[in-house]
Design a protein around this ligand. Structure first.
Ligand SMILES: [Zn+2]
Ligand SMILES: [Zn+2]
Length: 313
């Protein structure tokens, strides 16, 4: 077996950083892309090298965790991805939970400091309240307006009056190669006083591509006449739509595979993509087509009869 050497394929040194890897990929892709006349196999190998190195060097890489975490000092969240994103180890935007923070706009008061103000009704705009005692007067700062004589009437638009904002953050993360539905992904703490975050994967179909268990399947529908005539199918692959001929003697209800065109494994190699062919029979046929189909049936029945009588004589 040929040794997989992504650095040689990209033409870079093993010390190359992410930026150099990206640059090398862009340059090579210009020569090798099938749309620009390049060979598909070479381009796929280039893409595989690029994806593999990016996944390994990305600082925002999630890690695959095969079991649920123990203890209680962690956060568990969901991560919605498409089958295609998971298969290719895509970069996804994730909202991660966090502890609520005091609103920096209103400093936790919940009112809009640049909004409308009105006279404080408690101190009648004086800012202080006077108590007249028998022996002496007592003046205190108005507890309602804090001495300003005015109060804010609009709620803080930043925190909607709650005084605190959610600690949620948006992160751009790289899905690890080799992750499959059912796996749990782990994001280690990135700063002090952060906790581990674990993600349960929720995988959605992308177009015709779905995970069935841990296997990636591309579903394709074909009319019965195109199927019978052996015409090529438009199959959705991870690299886009492709014209593909069914293998000889292929029967509906079974799979055929595109070798090494499925999801990545952890080592950067790829599994097969399974193609599931569904033969479609239209509910209504135009009368002329129906007539031809009847003729077809008669030919086939006669063929069968001849074959049987030939055998008997
Ligand atoms: Zn606020
Ligand atoms: Zn007041």
């Amino acid at each position: 077996m040929k040794v997989f050497d992504p650095y040689r394929i990209l033409g870079i040194s093993p010390e190359a950083n992410l930026e150099e890897i990206r640059r090398a990929f862009r340059e090579k892709a210009r020569q090798l892309h099938p749309d620009l006349g390049g060979k598909k196999e070479l381009f796929l190998e280039l893409k595989r090298s690029y994806d593999f190195l990016c996944a390994r060097l990305s600082p925002n890489r999630l890690r695959i965790f095969k079991e649920r975490p123990r203890g209680d000092n962690y956060l568990l969240s969901f991560l919605d991805v498409t089958a295609k994103e998971l298969a290719l180890g895509a970069t996804v935007t994730v909202v991660v939970p966090g502890k609520p923070k005091i609103c920096p706009h209103c400093h936790g008061k919940g009112q809009n400091p640049s909004g409308r103000k009105e006279k404080c009704l408690l101190c009648e705009g004086q800012g202080e309240i006077e108590f007249l005692g028998a022996k002496r007067h007592l003046k205190i700062v108005c507890p309602r307006c804090g001495g300003r004589g005015k109060v804010f009437v609009d709620i803080c638009p930043h925190c909607r009056g709650r005084g605190e904002i959610s600690g949620e953050r948006e992160l751009i993360l790289k899905l690890p190669l080799g992750a499959r539905p059912g796996d749990i992904l782990h994001l280690p703490p990135r700063e002090e006083n952060e906790v581990d975050i674990f993600f349960e994967l929720q995988v959605h179909p992308s177009g015709n591509i779905v995970f069935e268990g841990r296997q990636l399947v591309s579903r394709v529908a074909v009319s019965f006449w195109n199927f019978a005539l052996g015409r090529p199918l438009e199959v959705e692959t991870l690299e886009g739509y492709e014209k593909i001929f069914l293998p000889p003697r292929f029967q509906p209800g079974t799979f055929f595979t595109l070798p090494n065109r499925g999801p990545y494994r952890e080592d950067g190699s790829r599994e097969d993509l399974l193609i599931k062919v569904e033969v479609v029979f239209p509910l209504d046929l135009p009368p002329t087509a129906r007539k031809k189909l009847k003729e077809f049936a008669e030919i086939m029945e006669k063929e069968a009869q001849d074959a049987t009588s030939g055998y008997q004589s």
